[in-house]
Design a protein around this ligand. Structure first.
Ligand code: ZN
Length: 312
């Protein structure tokens, strides 16, 4: 029996914290990650293995992986920009590695300072490093198709380019790919079409998740399209913090609290407890004084007599 219908991957500790100026103390991050996990969040992207000189906000990622791995049942995900970052992630034993490949090559050069060919060469090298580990220690490797729906630098990104890059990422050794609306350009029609397009090309098991931003207010509409299409993992960030420091104008992720309400209110189990989720939000708010947290559901509260699907 399945206890979860849709898996929420909380990316606030990575996507959220990398985009705001204040650096959250490591102890506060650990407390927040523990609170998120206690609320039932099944997967947390705890950080990114980028040089501290680039993103000092995430300099403690290795320590956070070690902390999060001690939490029973939690899948610990990290972003890795390149082979070096991936080797660091393997050393501390992250369960899932996500390497972004910007379908827009201009964004790729600016964001990762790498061409497509260089990213794909890194994917192949990471695959080799993973396969050298004993089977039970091998993390999943996901290639994230950044700027799949459009780019602030290049503008429209051709659909065929998304498929070409998805195919190349899997050929280079990714277990799966993820669709990522880095810049908040996506429409529900694109979300449906691209999901089906990738499945037709690579098979159903090669795409499960989507990463959405609410830049133009379309985040939850795009979630509905993703659900209709059949995607089962949705990224979100608590309080909607986040963005992309290298995609000007790309603001916050979709809000975890509102996403949980959207899912639970239509009978889809997330495994998440609202009281504990709101408690985790208070932990975050206390750790980031002066940073605005978004979200309608935490402000309005749950409707009278609301019973979450997970609680039934
Ligand atoms: Zn993002």
């Amino acid at each position: 029996m399945k206890s979860i219908d849709i898996e929420i991957s909380e990316v606030g500790p990575r996507d959220g914290l990398q985009s705001i100026a204040p650096i959250m103390p490591t102890a506060a991050k650990k407390a927040w990650i523990s609170a998120l996990a206690a609320a039932g969040i099944p997967e947390i992207e705890v950080g990114s293995f980028v040089p501290a000189s680039v993103l000092p906000q995430l300099a403690d990622t290795a320590e956070l992986v070690t902390h999060a791995r001690q939490i029973d049942g939690l899948a610990v995900a990290v972003l890795v920009p390149n082979l070096r970052g991936a080797l660091d992630a393997l050393t501390v034993g992250a369960h899932k590695l996500t390497i972004p490949l910007s379908v827009s090559e201009t964004h790729s050069l600016k964001n990762l300072r790498r061409t497509h060919e260089q990213v794909l060469a890194d994917v192949a090298a990471i695959r080799t490093a993973i396969d050298a580990l004993p089977r039970q220690q091998r993390p999943r490797l996901e290639g994230s198709l950044s700027t799949a729906f459009g780019c602030t630098l290049e503008g429209a990104v051709p659909e065929r380019k998304v498929y070409e890059m998805a195919q190349k990422l899997v050929a280079a050794g990714c277990d799966e790919v993820g669709l990522s609306d880095t810049t908040g350009f996506a429409s529900p029609a694109q979300v449906r079409n691209y999901s089906r397009g990738i499945w037709a090309l690579l098979g159903r098991e090669r795409l499960n998740g989507i990463h959405l931003h609410n830049t133009r207010g379309q985040g939850l509409a795009n979630v509905m399209a993703a659900l209709e299409a059949g995607l089962t993992t949705i990224d979100a960030s608590m309080g909607g913090i986040g963005g992309c420091p290298f995609a000007p104008g790309a603001s916050g992720n979709i809000v975890t609290e509102d996403l949980v309400f959207l899912l639970e209110s239509q009978g889809l189990r997330t495994g998440i407890n609202f009281e504990l989720l709101f408690a985790a939000r208070r932990v975050l708010a206390a750790a980031l004084p002066g940073v605005e947290l978004y979200g309608f559901t935490p402000q309005a509260g749950l409707p009278k007599d609301f019973v979450a699907a997970t609680a039934q």
